[in-house]
Structure formats: C-alpha cells, structure tokens
Design a protein around this ligand. Sequence first.
Ligand code: ARG
Length: 466
Amino acid sequence: MPARKPKKQTHALWGGRFSSGPHPALEAVNRSIDVDFRLWPFDIALSKAWARALVGARVLKRAEGATMRRGLDRVGRRIAGGAKPIRSDEDVHTLIDRLLHDEIGEVASRLHTGRSRNDQVATASRLLTMDALDRVLAGVRDLQKVYVARASGLTDAIMPAYTHMQRAQPVTGAHWMLAHFWALERDRVRLAAARRSAGVMPLGSGAVAGSAFRVNRPRLARELGFHSISANSIDAVGDRDFMLDALFAISGVALHLSRLAEDLILYGSSEFGFVRFGDAFSTGSSMMPQKRNPDALELARSSPARMGGNLFALLATIKGTPSGYNKDFQDDKRPLFDAIDAMLLLLPAVAGTVRTLKFNRKRMRDAVSGSMMATDLADSLVRSRVTFRDAHSAVGSLVREAENAGVDIGSLPDSSFRAAHPLFGKRARRELEPERSLANREIPGGTGARAVAVQLANAKRSLRVR
Ligand code: ARG
C-alpha cells in the first residue's frame, strides 16, 4: 500500500498536525457521509443557532453572525436543491462547512469556534430523533384512528376470542379490535418518553470538557426546541441512551403490529374466513391466479426481527466504550435510521390494510361453538352457591360427554345436564347463548356491550388528549 497521500488542498476539519493526508483506506473506513447525510437540516439549524450564540458570547461580530446565518440558509437551499457531497466530505458536518466557505468565504472559518463535531453530532442526532419520533407518533395515531373506526362497526359482531390459539370465549369484534388499540396506546407513551429523552441539548459541551466560550446554553436549547441542557459535558458527548430509548419504543410498535398481523393473517385464511383483504392491499401470486396475499401484514410480522436487531446492534456498540465520545458511535446512525425508515413505511401500509378489510360476520359468529360457553355454564351453578371447583368439574363431564358423542354441548339431552349436576334445570341451556355470555361481562374492561361502549369512548378520548 502506498504511504499517506501527499497533503492535498481538500476541505477537511482537521489535519494540521499531520505531515500528509490520510491513507485512502483510512479515509474510506472513516467516511460516514453516506449514512449521516440526512442529518443536514438539523446540522444547519444547530449551526445557525450556534452562530447567534457566538454573537451573544462576543466571539462573532453581529454582522458576521448575520452573514453566517444567511450563508447557512443558502447552504440548506443548495443541498435541498440537490448539491451532492464530494469525496473529501468525510461527514455531513464537513460537507456543510465546505459549502458554507463556498458561500461566504473565510468568515465561515469562525463558526467552528468552541464546538466540536462531538457535541455537534450528538445534538443533530437528537434533533433528528425528535423529528422522527414525531412522525412515528403521528403514524401510530393514524393507525389507532383506523382501529377505532373499525371497532365502531363491530360492536355487535360476535367472534371467538382465543387463548393458546384455541377457541376460548365469545367476544365482540370491537373488543378484539380495541385490544390492539391499547397496545399502541402504550407505544405512544413510550415513544413520547423517548422523544423527551432526546430533548436534552449537548451543544456547548465541546469535544468533552465544555466550550471555553460562555454561550448561553439555555437560550440555545430553547431556540432549537430542546426542553433542557445536559448537565455534564463528558456524559453529553458519550450518551446515546436516547437512541436506545427510540429503538426500544419503535421495537414495541413493531411487536404490536406483528401481533395484529398474525391475527389477521390467520383470520384471512380460508380456514377462518373472518376477513377478506381489500384489493389495494393484497398481492397476487405469479403462479397461482387465485391468491390474495397479505404482504404488508407479513412484513409487519417480520419487522420485530429487524427492529430488535437494530436495538441490539446499538446496545452492543455502546457496551464497554470508555466515557466521552468514541468513533464507535459513528455506527449508531445506521440502526436508528433503518428502524425509523422501516417503521414509517410499515405504519401506513398496515393502516391501509386494516381500513380496507372486509369482515365476514357470519363466519365469525359461526366459529363460536357451544362449548365456548362452558365457563358461563359453570358460573350459573356458582350463582346457585355451588363452588366453582365443583361447577367446573360438573361442566367438564358434560363437555367430555358431548365430545365423545361428537355433538355440541347444547345438543345433549336434559338428562345429561341433570346427571352432571342436580342444580342444572330447564334454563341451563340458555347459558350456552353467546349473547348471554357477552351480557354477563359488563365489568369494566369486559366484552359486554355497555363496557365496550365505554371502552370505545375512552379510546376516542385518549386520541384527543395525546
Ligand atoms: N461522523 C462522526 C460521527 O458520526 C462525527 C463526529 C466525529 N468526531 C470526531 N471527533 N471524529 O460520530
């Protein structure tokens, strides 16, 4: 390999102390612009705020600050207009610095006073994370609205609820749909908490010991939309916890989408036939003309693997790094950006899939078999002061008898009921009506019609307040 390249007149933010430029292999491995390019709007915003703060600290003359801010706006317009990085742009900060020199000349060299890419990249990454979490939050909220709308149309649809994927007890379609709503509600709490954890401003920490110029940090934080400033400069440049929080919160959304997806993939199969996927959200098969595939849901089902991988990649990147900034942290962005991108693609696709589902109420209702009301039958004995243990055993014998005879429990003769328990009278069979089972569950959080109406109203309210 050739030795270090002779020093060229490229635009670098460092290099004065070396006799030659970096080896191409080092340059190549060090470059992060392909990944961190998307930080540019945030880097420009923080640079503009920094320029103003430097004026406040009397490092820059007022006119210099104004020139810098105008120049940064022009740089922003150039990048938005398609200006591309060049080979010597190590990262997004170098790119913006180079373009700023292009725009306003030598005065640009004063911008990097009292700051380091260490506090800069931490600040820009936090701004991006807050912005991304806002968009994920909006996407989750949109999906919740779809759930609420679908639940509203299913308040009188009866279907089985499953445990261990075995038919368990009847519920309304609305109750099932809202189960997924509340999972997303918890996600929104976590996403909002992650946003808050990103809202602490590192700028002013310099490389590690704090800036030597007394810029007004609280003011800088307010200007940039942070709720507070970091307490310790060493911690500030080495802290990526906010990214972990964001990745964990996004992983939670992925988990919940995957569970909804699995429900719907099953319900959409011919075996269940509870739902049919809308044309615009189904894909065909290149070979089998009859296919109607729920691809978006399958990708939702796979997404926790990707999100979890990203979360773990960052955990492992941070582990064992010494305090302060380390170049290891440059690898923080790929997992974060990947999780954000994937989630922002997924949310509208899942929302569209759910919005365009067609529910088959008859199939849902037909899947509710008599034995699913076995608990209700036992409960009716308990109301006549039988212990639940004895009631459970009495109904168990009925279930066994029906199973052996290959009939539904409701088709057994009265004599079987009386034999199972003397307190089973003429009206015992009524307990096997799913409507009655639902009506018995008006407990808050239960599947009774009034309880679900309250639940639906609470769901709508939480969309208004958060
Ligand atoms: N590209 C770097 C990163 O993403 C910016 C910070 C570089 N700091 C440094 N001292 N080399 O982490």
